[in-house]
Design a protein around this ligand. Sequence first.
Ligand code: FES
Length: 117
Amino acid sequence: MVEKSRPHEDETYTFVPIIPYDQLGVGERLFIEIDNQPIVLLKIEGDVFAIADKCSHDDGPLGDGEVNDHIIKCPRHGATFDIRTGKALSLPAIVAIHAFPIKIIDGVINIGINKRG
Ligand code: FES
């Protein structure tokens, strides 16, 4: 039985349950907001990733960007980021975006929110 409403904790993160793993299809994206942070979940080849849905260049929405392998391209000015780490890979972005840790707990995708904000 899954306790959806009770977040799991570790020393650094509070893991917030989002959606059962099986309900997010491969190649699908899910847009959510936690603590006023826009976040996009992506399932790529069975692995789930969560990144800030906000480009570090000019705060543009990033989640609808074209994805190739593990690289997402910002729809506004074309900066690219590694979905696994958030690292900025090309101009005009030079600052990483946040990549959230993921845990699958009892079949549910959980996103780790840093306790220090
Ligand atoms: S807002 Fe993303 S590259 Fe400019």
